[in-house]
Ligand binder design. Sequence first.
Ligand SMILES: NC(=O)c1ccc[n+]([C@@H]2O[C@H](COP(=O)([O-])OP(=O)(O)OC[C@H]3O[C@@H](n4cnc5c(N)ncnc54)[C@H](O)[C@@H]3O)[C@@H](O)[C@H]2O)c1
Length: 342
Amino acid sequence: MKNPVLVTGGCGFVGRHLIKYLLNRGESVWVVDNLFTGWHPDKWLLEFEKTMEPEYSVYKKGGQELVFIEKDALDFFLDQLKSRSQIKLPEFSDVFHLASIVGGRLLIDGDPVLVATDFAIDSLFFVWATRNKDKISRIMYASSSAAYPVNLQSKEKHIALPEEVISFGGNLGQPDMTYGWSKLSGEYLSTLAAKHYGLHVACVRPFSGYGEDQDLTYPVPAIAARIAKRENPITVWGTGEQGRDFVYIDDCVEAMFVVLDKISDGSGVNIGTGELRSFNEIIKILAKIEGYNPTIKQLLDKPVGVQSRYADPKKIYSLGWKPKVSLEEGMSRVLEMAKKRI
Ligand SMILES: NC(=O)c1ccc[n+]([C@@H]2O[C@H](COP(=O)([O-])OP(=O)(O)OC[C@H]3O[C@@H](n4cnc5c(N)ncnc54)[C@H](O)[C@@H]3O)[C@@H](O)[C@H]2O)c1
């Protein structure tokens, strides 16, 4: 029988989509999540039969199986390392390390020291992984476009960010707050895990992943919720001219598998389309789908992050990935869900 897949942070937005994909292709999955922002599997593994063990719960449906360990990744990896856990882990095929304090702009800018917990999560993860390298086939580390230097994303000077802008042993630049620093250091640990310890590691740098079930602290579902209520004027944080590279969540998950199959040296690959779209454009697209024409009201006291963040997608395209869901189609799916939520 094939070894299961481990997903840390599997109850979050990306994790839930990734896990559905894995379960559908017949993998059994182990999840470690403390539900900091994640949803309890009872809410999204509907129609699964649940059994409770002292240290974890098991969800089963047909041939599908998921083991859920509700625990802080810090405690989980430390307990494993100090041999004080009751849970005997199996050997894992793939390990997707997603657990991270992410949050929207308010958290990234507002509580940067809390977000710095991510350094500790990643360090313990890689200590555990390198001590258990014979029991793991491959690792995918979820980095972020926030690892890129902010001075290449300003109003005056912005470029479609190519992977080589981050070069260990060369230039690194200044990433976006502690969140970006932790992703940069996580990428460095990934290269060490590959080069010094012989592990198969791939890093992905997703740009702005979005989808129907994303938390309302993120801009796309938050704007869609306001459009669904047909608010007029409609508010936007900052001038609304800040731009991002939006990737629909299913495309994002597919890209992760493509990267994991092709990259093993710990290097990072963008998950982005190369299209820079402003929040004002997103409002216009959503309002057009909804069939009204609201005035946009700027909230200039809100945190907005960098001005223009978008990928150079050459590398991921060369690996064989292209987005399948257009921005208009993705936004209409988000809006449909937003209408159901109100
Ligand atoms: N969504 C995107 O567009 C995007 C973009 C760039 C990078 N990423 C990266 O992808 C990963 C997943 O992001 P997401 O959007 O699903 O975020 P999310 O907040 O929805 O998911 C993160 C998950 O990690 C869990 N978690 C947080 N701290 C934990 C801890 N100490 N122990 C155990 N679990 C913990 C949360 O409960 C949550 O389920 C993150 O590493 C994030 O940095 C996502």
